[in-house]
Design a protein around this ligand. Structure first.
Ligand SMILES: Cc1cc2nc3c(=O)[nH]c(=O)nc-3n(C[C@H](O)[C@H](O)[C@H](O)COP(=O)(O)O)c2cc1C
Ligand code: SF4
Length: 516
């Protein structure tokens, strides 16, 4: 009998030793003289349990974790007997953290072999493209519009409307660009798809091509993701061989092909126009809009530029219908969001759920509170440009409009938790410093404002003319918010002003000391 084991090869799992665990399992199998088939998958996203090993049983997959190399011998012996082991987590699908999720975009992540097109198809992959081909370009766009899908890169712009604009723009050449720069702090959803289910992205991009008349696509991946780039490259080769890409996509008359491009490491290259500059081989600097990339994008041609998750969600929408997707969520935030829990959190990982969970449910219940066991004091949602929310705002539902109403943003779904040892004045300083370092330099409020902001914040931290300098920061933030060309300078005021508003005591320590 051959034992079939699944061990993640995702970068997050590799970082905590899944490579060594795989090797140890193979060595133990040789010693115990058992035949083992080891399949390397992506991660299920329960990172505090990685390396999580799954074993195939008659009753389905059973999970064990976190497994260390020295557990290999006893684990293998247990699997040959009744499966009982101190690291046994039970049937994978029954782990409450997984069971509570609504896994649509991430349905196959951690389940399939990411390099096998056959495995992808065996788990329902390809059905979206099949239906898309039967619908035709116009109906695909309308199905995506109907789904209510909004861009998962940050701005939340309706994906179907963007596609419609490109579809209606006449040109002999159009492009689909996937934004996999994933620069937001605490986010890893794009990476998990590329390393766990890359064919779903390829399928989504091919559908986007058919819908808009684009025949060529690029995936722009941050340089810090070498595993993602390698897995995606391998999947592209397999997709060409299997008819998912190339001259006749899915046996149709449409042609679509893809290339991977790796960035050189700049946060601003995640901004769509800067990304296009970088893709064209130039310095990553923001372009003034208009023209929109939908009219004049890559190499001056009409271009769909979407976040990876937006594109990877499309196959599910086409396979199950826009209406089924729109049935989930709240308000104008339809469908599901991969919430990424990071920072000082007990259960760090990816939790895909319909919009509408409150921030408190996400941090305390799903995240299990802080890793340190201390009180959670602040949560930054939406990356480095997102606001800091105090516990008093934990009743805010995860919804674009609800967050915006409280001067926050959801961004790419990153939730970074801080306990009560955090110094919010230092966090505000960090936001300004980040902006100063990452600024592309094109406009004055961001290029100069961020550096003046760091200097002023330093004075506040030192207790120099605190009240006057806090007023100066507020004034500077107004100028940056309304005078910056893009959201890097325009949104840096959110973390800064939210820290001052919700945690004023961290900025006025020197005043209190003086009064005592
Ligand atoms: C400074 C800055 C950085 C950004 N970084 C990313 C990023 O890493 N990934 C991403 O998808 N979008 C990023 N965006 C948003 C993109 O400009 C753009 O809105 C997005 O790629 C559009 O795709 P979507 O409609 O599918 O969200 C960034 C925006 C700004 C201003
Ligand atoms: S706000 Fe900053 S990053 Fe954006 S265009 Fe201006 S200088 Fe460049």
């Amino acid at each position: 009998m051959t034992l079939r084991l699944y061990v993640p090869i995702d970068a997050g799992a590799l970082a905590v030793g899944s490579g060594q665990v795989a090797a140890a399992l193979q060595a133990a199998a040789a010693r115990q003289n058992v035949a083992v088939e080891l399949i390397r998958t992506g991660s299920r996203g329960l990172y505090w349990l990685e390396p999580m090993v799954e074993a195939e049983t008659a009753a389905g997959r059973v999970a064990y974790g976190p497994v260390a190399p020295h557990d290999a011998e006893s684990l293998l012996a247990a699997l040959r007997a009744d499966g009982a082991h101190k690291l046994r987590l039970g049937p994978t699908e029954d782990i409450p953290w997984l069971k509570r999720q609504t896994r649509l975009t991430f349905a196959r992540c951690g389940v399939v072999d990411p390099r096998s097109l056959a495995d992808y198809r065996a788990h329902g992959g390809g059905k979206g493209l099949e239906r898309a081909l039967s619908l035709g370009a116009h109906a695909i766009v309308e199905e995506v519009v109907q789904s209510g899908l909004r861009g998962r890169g940050g701005a939340g712009f309706p994906t179907g409307i963007k596609w419609r604009t490109v579809a209606q723009t006449q040109s002999s050449q159009k492009y689909i660009v996937c934004n996999a720069d994933e620069g937001d702090s605490g986010t890893f959803a794009d990476r998990m798809i590329m390393e766990g289910d890359p064919f779903v992205l390829i399928e989504g991009m091919a559908i986007a091509g058919i819908a808009t008349g684009a025949t060529k696509g690029y995936v722009y991946i941050r340089s810090e993701y070498p595993h993602s780039a390698a897995t995606l490259e391998a999947a592209i080769v397999a997709a060409r061989r299997g008819g998912l890409l190339g001259e006749r996509v899915g046996g149709s008359s449409f042609s679509f092909d893809l290339e991977v491009r790796v960035g050189a490491g700049a946060y601003v290259c995640g901004e769509e126009t800067s990304l296009l500059e970088s893709l064209e081989g130039k310095r990553g600097q923001v372009r003034a809009k208009p023209p929109l990339p939908a009219h004049k994008g890559l190499f001056g041609k009409p271009t769909v530029i979407n976040n990876l998750i937006s594109l990877a969600t499309v196959p599910w929408i086409l396979a199950h219908g826009g209406e089924a997707y729109a049935a989930l969520g709240m308000g104008r935030s339809r469908g599901t969001m991969p919430i990424q829990l990071a920072g000082n959190i007990k259960h760090g990982g990816l939790f895909e759920a319909a919009f509408g969970l409150t921030l408190g449910e996400i941090v305390d219940d799903i995240g299990g509170g802080t890793f340190s066991g201390r009180a959670a004091r602040a949560v930054q949602v939406g990356g480095p440009l997102g606001a800091y929310f105090p516990r008093a705002l934990f009743d805010t539902p995860f919804d674009y409009e609800a967050f915006a109403a409280k001067d926050g943003l959801i961004g790419h779904g990153g939730v970074v938790v801080f306990d009560d040892t955090v110094d919010m004045a230092q966090q505000a300083r960090f936001a300004l410093e980040f902006c100063a370092i990452e600024s592309c330099g094109k406009c004055t409020p961001c290029r100069l404002g961020s550096t003046r902001g760091v200097e002023t914040m330093d004075k506040i931290i030192r207790g120099q003319r605190t009240t006057a300098n806090l007023e100066l920061i507020a004034d500077l933030c107004q100028t940056m918010k309304f005078g910056s060309l893009c959201a890097l300078g325009g949104f840096t005021p959110y973390p800064v002003m939210s820290a001052i508003k919700h945690f004023p005591e961290d900025f006025t320590r020197s005043l209190r000391v003086a009064a005592e």
